[in-house]
Design a protein around this ligand. Structure first.
Ligand code: NAD
Ligand code: DAU
Length: 372
């Protein structure tokens, strides 16, 4: 029995547009959704930037209820066509430039995709949503149209060691071009609900980890560098704190928000797992020593190197997810110990997935950040 404002006792089949569905969280979400709700229609729109990987969704290609479209969220004509032709009722918006270090090197792409792209998508959905009629769903229920904007805890800025965790009412104070561009997109989404009544929901989530994460991010970078015998670069003093959430728990949170969240609301999503970077890297080293049979350097911790700090590096993030827990009955199911073990095992078993990503473009990026 589903007892929320927008779901009937008999579940309505949804027709989702998932932007950025070939990226890390987007692809985990699409795989999760197609597995959990096989009768829903899932259309992925992804520009396949360096961070997008269509191969991650290979198992879904050819399925009747799945479609992959290569394209840009800034392309209004394409958006209009897709929303209408697919009669979309649910937008799950993941597409973004997502890496803080790249935003420091080149902020322009972040403003373009995260701000202009989100604006273009909002405009297209506003047009689509107000144009009657939606084709009635098969089982005759309300559609429960939703525009879900997937955002980040980084919009709230940086915490001191004893500050309380971010809540949904913490004032925005973004510190990097990445987080400023995400904050800008959050404000647009909020305004479209307030002004036009668009059924939007924003989620602000902490650091995700798990399978299919691009090698530039902390956890895959450490696993992959250990496997190829490169140093493990820890920024600054390694005392920065992040709140880690296993990616499937994030997908479960987005599931309850889509089905039972209230339009106009914001929900914080976090793992309640605050860890200092250096402690996380030490744990990863221990897991690598245990699980990887032929490491080039052992113990793996011999590869740890403290390097120049990230410019404007936020010291600490922590998320208070009480609202999501109490109102929508969500809580994380995977402990950080279990999640890290699963993740290390995944990178060990899936060399074919990550090896091609260590491309010339990646090496150039790597040199810019780590060799100066
Ligand atoms: P990612 O970088 O792995 O994937 C981004 C995807 O978006 C890629 O597939 C890319 O090709 C696509 N994309 C980029 N620009 C596009 C455009 N103009 N049009 C269409 N597609 C485009 O990112 P991620 O880590 O999966 O993050 C997904 C979302 O979740 C982002 O909005 C991010 O801000 C947010 N988020 C991420 C985390 C995290 O820890 N990774 C935490 C909280 C929130
Ligand atoms: O908090 C949510 C955010 O988490 C998301 O919005 C972003 O999209 C996502 O990239 C992530 O941002 P971070 O900057 O926190 O993640 P990253 O993996 O880049 O770094 C995690 C921490 O590790 C951070 O304090 C910087 C540090 N770090 C990172 C790298 C890549 C290092 O010390 N060395 C490294 O080589």
């Amino acid at each position: 029995m589903i007892d929320s404002w927008n779901e009937k006792a008999v579940r309505v089949h949804r027709r989702l547009l998932v932007t950025g569905g070939a990226g890390f969280i987007g692809s985990n979400f699409v795989l999760y959704w197609c597995d959990t709700y096989p009768d829903d229609r899932v259309v992925v729109l992804d520009a396949l930037t360096y961070a997008g990987n269509r191969g991650t969704l290979a198992a879904l290609e050819g399925r009747e209820n799945f479609r992959f479209v290569e394209g840009d969220i800034c392309d209004r004509t394409l958006l209009d066509k897709l929303l209408q032709a697919e009669n979309i009722d649910t937008v799950a918006h993941f597409a973004a430039e997502s890496h803080v270090d790249r935003s420091i090197l080149g902020p322009g792409a972040f403003v373009q995709t995260n701000v202009v792209g989100t604006f273009t998508l909002l405009e297209a959905f506003r047009q689509h949503w107000k144009t009657p009629p939606f084709i009635p769903p098969v089982n005759g229920g309300d559609r429960g149209e939703i525009f879900l904007h997937v955002s980040t805890d980084e919009v709230y800025g940086s915490l001191g060691p004893n500050d309380p965790a971010f809540t949904e009412t913490t004032p925005y104070a973004p510190n990097s071009p990445y987080s400023a561009s995400k904050a800008g997109s959050d404000h647009l989404v909020r305004a479209y609900h307030h002004t036009y009544g668009l059924p939007t929901i924003i989620t602000n989530c902490s650091n995700n980890y798990g399978p299919y994460q691009f090698p530039e991010k902390l956890i895959p970078l450490m696993c992959i560098n250990a496997l190829i015998g490169k140093h493990l670069p820890v920024y600054g003093d390694g005392q920065n704190v992040r709140d880690w959430l296993y990616v499937i728990d994030h997908c479960r949170a987005l599931d309850v928000v889509i089905h039972r969240g209230k339009p106009g609301e914001t929900y914080n999503v976090g793992g309640n797992n605050e860890v200092k970077n250096i402690d996380l890297v030490q744990t990863l080293c221990e897991l690598m020593d245990e699980l990887a049979p032929d490491l080039p350097v052992r113990p793996c911790s011999n590869l740890i190197a403290f390097v120049k700090d990230r410019q404007g590096h936020d010291r600490r993030y922590a998320i208070n997810s009480t609202k999501l827990k109490t109102q929508l009955d969500w809580s994380p199911s995977v402990t950080v110990e279990e999640g890290l073990r699963r993740t290390v095992e995944w990178y060990l078993k899936n060399r074919d997935w990550w090896e091609p990503l260590l491309s010339e473009e990646y090496q150039t990026y790597y040199r810019q950040v780590y060799v100066s």
